[in-house]
Write a protein that binds this ligand. Structure first.
Ligand SMILES: *Cc1c(COP(=O)(O)O)cnc(C)c1O
Length: 326
């Protein structure tokens, strides 16, 4: 959906919780050559995979990591966000390529357009000129305002490539694509705008193992604070996932699981390490069997009130991350 633009990938935050190494390998196989992480510490675990790819550091360079970044393999570039960072980079790595972020109205990171147009970039070898959209998942005038500002700056500075859009920005259409896009969420199955429906598939699933199967009697309650009372005799399975795995308590009595091809509800409150799900009476599900926790991102977000980004990036460190789906 990025049209003629190259498609990069945001793999910050451990590839949004899915495991940066595995995700980067899969994306390299798919032809991706431009990766984005926040800092040098996020770069290190994936550097060995990126001999022939470019890796940009969204937070730029800090006092603490500038020496390491200046000595990193040549594909690694800081995205310089301020006059201070530009000065730091010129001093530590004169002539070495970098990227530059322009703030076009989000007021998060980046040089102001005025700074960028009044000589701040002179003496820099800029590969990618970036800006970031604040509200691309909404239909608001801010999108076009940011687009115009970015075009104005980009047309007046000498850079190799220009990049504006995250996942939602790609779905705003070809005006927003420039030379390179940098989706994160959509790569992992998130759907930030309706234009993505039918084009984006889930990229992961979460499974939990049954620790115990039990029968509850009509009137029995389940879990902490007894928030679920069985209306009739029921079969339940206690599975080994909980809020310490990022399956937060907002899924209590709302979340779903897949058991033997059927969708079944989470019953009662999600605990730190355990969650109760209903078991179809005829199912042979038992200790040691695996249950899929429903975490299709748009649906899980609607159920829980968490954003799709939160559902993803909360996925904890206790999962054994297997092969990627699809
Ligand atoms: C995280 C990030 C992205 C990816 O955003 P998604 O909404 O996940 O597609 C792109 N650009 C910047 C600057 C980011 O910080």
């Amino acid at each position: 959906m990025s049209g003629g633009a190259a498609c990069g990938a945001a793999v910050k935050a451990n590839a949004y919780g899915l495991g940066a190494e595995k995700v980067v390998k899969a994306l390299l196989d798919a032809g991706c050559r431009d990766f984005f992480v926040t800092t040098w510490s996020e770069a290190q675990p994936i550097l060995h995979l990126l001999e022939n790819a470019s890796l940009s550091l969204l937070h730029g360079v800090s006092r603490e990591d500038v020496a390491d970044v200046a000595a990193a393999p040549s594909g690694v570039r800081p995205i310089l966000n301020s006059l201070q960072q530009i000065a730091r980079w010129k001093e530590a790595a004169p002539g070495r390529p970098c990227d530059v972020m322009i703030d076009t109205g989000m007021n998060r990171l980046g040089l102001s357009p005025e700074e960028a147009l009044s000589g701040a970039l002179s003496g820099l070898d800029v590969d990618i000129l970036l800006s970031h959209l604040a509200s691309a998942d909404e239909d608001v005038p801010q999108n076009e305002r940011q687009l115009r500002t970015f075009e104005t700056v980009a047309s007046q500075v000498a850079v190799k490539r220009r990049s504006l859009s995250n996942s939602a920005g790609i779905l705003l259409g070809s005006d927003y694509h420039f030379d390179l896009t940098r989706p994160g969420l959509a790569l992992y199955g998130g759907i930030p705008r309706k234009e993505g429906q039918g084009h984006i598939r889930p990229a992961f699933k979460v499974e939990a193992q049954v620790v115990q199967r039990r029968t509850v009697r009509a009137g029995d309650t389940i879990g902490y604070n007894a928030t679920f009372t069985a209306p009739r005799d029921m079969e339940i399975a206690i599975v080994n996932v909980g809020y310490a795995d990022g399956y937060l308590r907002c899924f209590s009595n709302i979340g779903e699981a897949r058991v033997a091809g059927e969708t079944v509800p989470v019953l009662g409150r999600v605990s730190m390490d355990l969650t109760a799900v209903q078991v179809p009476v005829a199912s042979s599900l038992d200790e040691g069997d695996w249950v899929e926790i429903q975490l299709d991102l748009p649906k899980a977000s609607a159920q829980s009130g968490l954003s799709q980004y939160e559902v993803l990036t909360l996925l904890g460190s206790r999962y054994s991350r297997g092969t990627l789906v699809g």
